[in-house]
Design a protein around this ligand. Structure first.
Ligand code: HEC
Length: 119
């Protein structure tokens, strides 16, 4: 009887330790979820950055004004995942200058979010 109680107690302790771990994971996931909201791309800031840095070639509305620059409003060059575009813009591509050191990755992601709203 005493032995049974001991085992029972040990199991309960194990269980409560496991639920503590689960609760910690749940809190961490929740915190990550909330903070990811803070890092969501800001297409309003993206617009300002686009006007200043990109519109000279890709046009103020995404209709390119430079021969060879894709028409972003028609989605040219945009059928790629954000991280591929980030890499292109960061490193530059042929006639397009590199933006590494000029725009942060966060800025570039904001610009990409804005460009995705152009039609
Ligand atoms: C000096 C002119 C110029 C400027 C400024 C410029 N681009 Fe470009 N961009 C180009 C040209 C030209 C290409 C086509 C490059 C190629 O593939 O040969 C291009 C390509 C692209 C592509 C397609 C990339 C790919 O992987 O196919 C995207 C997206 C893009 N530009 C976005 C931007 C954004 C956003 C900015 C501002 C941060 C910007 N560009 C600034 C000229 C420019």
């Amino acid at each position: 009887m005493i032995l049974k109680m001991r085992i029972g107690k040990a199991n309960i302790e194990k269980l409560s330790r496991a639920s503590l771990v689960l609760a910690t994971i749940a809190v961490a996931l929740l915190a990550a979820g909330f903070s990811s909201g803070v890092y969501a791309a800001d297409h309003i800031k993206g617009r300002e950055l686009y006007d200043r840095n990109c519109s000279v070639c890709h046009g103020p509305t995404g209709q390119s004004v430079m021969p060879g620059a894709p028409n972003l409003a028609r989605g040219e060059g945009m059928l790629k995942p954000d991280f591929t575009l980030l890499a292109s813009i960061r490193a530059g591509r042929n006639a397009m200058p590199a933006y590494q050191g000029i725009l942060s990755d966060r800025d570039i992601m904001d610009v990409i979010a804005y460009v995705r709203t152009l039609h």
